[in-house]
Design a protein around this ligand. Structure first.
Ligand code: PLP
Ligand SMILES: N[C@@H](CCOP(=O)(O)O)C(=O)O
Length: 463
């Protein structure tokens, strides 16, 4: 199994190399050269087995010979052992033929734990063998950062630096990043928004001298392993609703396009998915692009679903690559235009994207109304991100096809917004009950690349 860059100019890599590399050296993102395909019998056989066994069967064909089968099974077992629900990704019914996949039972209460807990294990296994030391630098709008810090804290061979937009994450998210005392993890509060943080991370990858000096690695969804681990719950959800004999649709609260791209991979691998619906908040660049073909970021507008406050959506590049017939030069051209302000998706590629993805948008008022109504009608207390998706799913779903809406975070990560909408203040699980008493440790910084690189060098030297 080989991995190739969406810009077509970086070396082909194995799964393990792609995982440890993050961004390709030509600025592109790694994707599998070919997508393995599962037969109807193989999909049906996922029914009734554990989440861990399903995870093994789905991911294994993507790995090549990166890990031994027993070694990979052990990594999966350790990754999901700390989840607070036996099913890992349980489905609850909201209304006839509409289900919620609760993806927030992991250690940091967001869907990011599904991938991050696993790649924490895989990094550890790979680095132990090679004796390498890496510096993980990640950008977060709140959830990736806490999941990464939780997955990598205290590990040998890894230093972690998470850049988050100062003042633009919830207090719970910030404290999840700033309260772990482990010396190898560092939370950096950066002036700017998530796009600023993500651009800084990409600039660090494109500075080859720095990249090689510190052994840079990435755990944002630019890392293929992140996307792969998220493919699993599409299969497990669909199978429990009748796949492969029945088609199932999904609505996904979307920001960086990683989660919905995992759904696209599941469909390419043979899962009978009817509609894949991109749900955006008021930062609706993806919805606008999928309807008009114009991709022109016009500034992030802070919302009550802050983890989706993104305008430069990294993984859209992976979808464009396929829509453009895997033409790396054409992708590179559009990405150059993006740097200069934006691009227009060529007609043929737009038609292709529209066949693959539907989309909808949810305003701030609609998010609040959905939280309130769903609590009253179903008893389910949604986080604002999940509410964005539930609203879009209810508007766009075919009542005859089961719809799974992904619930990507626990409401307790956003207690102020949820309380303002529903009158109920969701509480943190007992293991996090003292989160607000724990001492915080963070570094404030400007968004100057050289300043942040110097900071990373200093902190690595102290470790
Ligand atoms: C709670 C939550 N929901 C949805 C999203 C959007 O997911 P993606 O960036 O994979 O599109 C994020 C951030 O990524 C998130 O943290
Ligand atoms: N919403 C994310 C943004 C980063 O996305 P990623 O999936 O590319 O890591 C966050 O919470 O940090």
């Amino acid at each position: 199994m080989k991995y190739i860059s969406t810009r077509g100019k970086a070396p082909e890599l194995t799964f393990e190399e792609a995982m440890l590399t993050g961004l390709a050296r030509d600025g592109g993102l790694y994707v599998p050269e070919e997508i393995p395909s599962f037969s109807s019998e193989e999909i049906a056989a996922l029914g009734g087995i554990s989440y861990e066994e399903a995870a093994f069967r789905i991911m294994w064909p993507f790995l090549g010979n990166a890990f031994g089968a027993d070694e990979f099974r052990a990594c999966i077992a350790r990754a999901y052992a700390g989840f607070g629900h036996a099913a890992r990704a349980p489905l609850v019914q909201l209304e006839p033929n509409h289900f919620l996949a609760e993806l927030f039972h992991g250690p940091t209460l967001a869907f990011k734990d599904f991938a991050m807990q696993l790649i924490g294990q895989l990094f550890q296994a790979a680095l132990k063998k090679s004796g390498r030391r890496v510096t993980i630098v990640g950008a977060t709008s709140g959830d990736t950062g806490s999941a990464a810090i939780e997955a990598f804290r205290g590990l040998d061979n890894v230093d972690v630096f998470i850049l988050f937009p100062h003042g633009r994450v919830s207090e719970v998210q910030r404290r999840q990043m700033t309260t772990p005392a482990d010396a190898n993890v560092h939370a950096l509060a950066v002036d700017g928004d998530f796009d600023t943080c993500q651009a800084l991370v990409k600039d660090m990858f494109n500075d080859f001298a720095f990249r090689d000096e510190v052994g840079l690695a990435g755990v944002n969804s630019i890392n293929w392993a992140r996307v792969l681990a998220q493919v699993v719950y599409y299969f497990t959800s669909a199978v429990s609703l009748g796949a492969p004999d029945r088609k199932v649709s999904f609505t996904v609260p979307t920001g960086n396009f990683g989660d919905i791209f995992a759904g696209y991979i599941a469909r390419r691998a043979g899962l009978p998915i009817d509609k894949l619906i991109v749900a955006t908040n008021q930062n609706d660049i993806l919805h606008r692009c999928l309807t008009t073909g114009e991709y022109r970021p016009d500034g992030v507008s802070p919302s009550i679903s802050p983890s989706m406050d993104i305008q430069v959506s990294s993984n859209f590049e992976r979808a464009l690559f396929d829509a453009l017939g895997r033409d790396g030069a054409a992708v590179g051209q559009l990405m150059d235009e993006l740097k200069a302000g934006g691009f227009t998706v060529p007609q043929g590629a737009l038609g292709h994207l529209q066949d693959l993805f539907a989309s909808g948008r949810c305003s701030e008022d609609e998010t609040r109304e959905t939280i309130r109504d769903m609590r009253a009608q179903t008893g389910e207390l949604l986080c604002p991100h999940s509410a964005v998706a539930v609203k879009v799913a209810r508007e766009m779903r075919d009542p005859h096809v089961p719809m799974v809406t992904l619930a990507t975070a626990h409401p307790a990560k956003f207690p102020d917004a949820v309380e303002a909408a529903s009158g109920l203040r969701p509480g943190l699980p007992p293991r996090m009950a003292d989160l607000f008493e724990r001492p915080e440790r963070l570094t404030r910084t400007s968004n100057d690349l050289a300043e942040i690189q110097a900071l990373i060098r200093d902190k690595r030297a102290e470790a």
